[in-house]
Design a protein around this ligand. Structure first.
Ligand SMILES: NC(=O)c1ccc[n+]([C@@H]2O[C@H](COP(=O)([O-])OP(=O)(O)OC[C@H]3O[C@@H](n4cnc5c(N)ncnc54)[C@H](OP(=O)(O)O)[C@@H]3O)[C@@H](O)[C@H]2O)c1
Length: 328
């Protein structure tokens, strides 16, 4: 008997998680869907059955859940995840609330494994997930000493509100979610600014990369930019290795690795794009070049669907890993 709750079931990530639970035929004997009061009563379909979404309250965390897929923002998670945990569930949380807490596992299944010290597992930031997968491949093969990220992040990364602002701009209306129009524009501003001028999104990428890779001293920096793309993120990664493989060796390394798809044939206009990675489960990599301005340094261009591998798919893969370990 497996009882699962999806919290934030009416959101972009929550809906993707339900699609994946169905597609991957995850064993679920009882499913309960939660949202805020706003969407309570909404009818959602799962495996040809209709479920009515319920408002999440403190009492409902004691519902005998085995697993909770939490995707409802940081403050909701801070309040409810520990209650689900106390009531015996394992929580997989998409928000940033617990990610850098040293007692909490921060997991990308291709990269690291949960210790289950606590029964809350954090799903990393979307841009971080697609970046640490190639970084782990490089770390294992050559060692890495420095990484610099520049992101080109889709509006779906801001949830329903982000897509609505892009549509408003297309219709000539003013934005509501972002401080400036996102249509015909790019905003070097994701999440709030800190005193040092970095945004919280940039700090998340830096801290989470070190934690997931288990490299607390890794030199890493980030500039995060929102672009007028509906879905799928791109990250330009400038990476310094501990040795100097040829570009052909790097392409071969990625080509034979099962966790990424190499798309790197520029003469035939083949490279990863947000339009072509949207809706796909994989992490795509291309534009691999030597950066001659610094020793042992290379450029990579990585795209992936932020709602899939960047959020819902990674969470469902963590769930699958936990369920397999329990059965095994
Ligand atoms: N979008 C991405 O690419 C992405 C990637 C990685 C992580 N995440 C994280 O995933 C989470 C959800 O993001 P999203 O993009 O799906 O946002 P979204 O589309 O805005 O959906 C938010 C969901 O949370 C629910 N919710 C809000 N307050 C709640 C409460 N007090 N109790 C229960 N449910 C509540 C909402 O319910 P109502 O319908 O009732 O408002 C809705 O279902 C966030 O923490 C976000 O940071 C998002």
């Amino acid at each position: 008997m497996v009882k699962i709750a999806v919290v934030g079931a009416t959101g972009l990530v929550g809906r993707k998680m339900m699609e994946l639970l169905e597609k991957k035929d995850i064993r679920i004997d009882e499913l309960v869907l939660f949202s805020s009061k706003r969407s309570a009563g909404t009818a959602l379909s799962f495996k040809n059955e209709t479920y009515l979404v319920e408002e999440l309250t403190e009492e409902k965390t004691d519902g005998g859940f085995d697993y909770v897929l939490m995707s409802a923002g940081g403050s909701t998670s801070l309040k409810f995840s520990p209650l689900f945990e106390q009531n015996g569930a394992i929580v997989i949380d998409n928000s940033s609330a617990f990610r850098v807490d040293p007692s909490i596992d921060l997991i990308v299944p291709e990269v690291n494994k949960p210790t289950l010290n606590r029964k809350i597992i954090a799903n990393p930031n979307c841009s971080t997930i697609q970046s640490v997968i190639p970084l782990k491949i490089l770390e294992d093969a050559y060692g890495i000493s420095r990484a610099s990220y520049t992101t080109y992040q889709a509006v779906s990364g801001s949830g329903v509100k982000g897509i609505e602002d892009l549509k408003r701009g297309e219709n000539g209306e003013e934005p509501v979610n972002y401080p400036h129009p996102i249509y015909n524009n790019a905003l070097p501003h994701i999440d709030v600014f800190g005193e040092d001028g970095y945004t919280k999104e940039e700090v998340k990428m830096i801290e989470e990369t070190r934690k997931i890779l288990g490299l607390p001293e890794l030199k890493v920096t980030a500039t995060c930019v929102r672009v007028p793309v509906e879905n799928s993120h791109a990250v330009a990664i400038n990476i310094t290795l501990n040795s100097a493989p040829t570009v052909a060796e790097l392409k071969h390394l990625f080509d034979q690795n099962e966790h990424v798809v190499l798309q790197d044939d520029p003469k035939n206009n083949l490279y990863p794009m947000q339009l072509t990675s949207s809706g796909k489960e994989e992490v795509f990599i291309g534009r691999i070049r030597k950066d001659d301005s610094f020793e042992n340094t290379y450029h990579l261009w990585v795209t992936s669907d932020n709602l899939l591998k960047g959020a819902a798919l990674n969470a469902v893969q963590i769930l699958q890993q936990l369920m397999n370990t329990k059965e095994g």
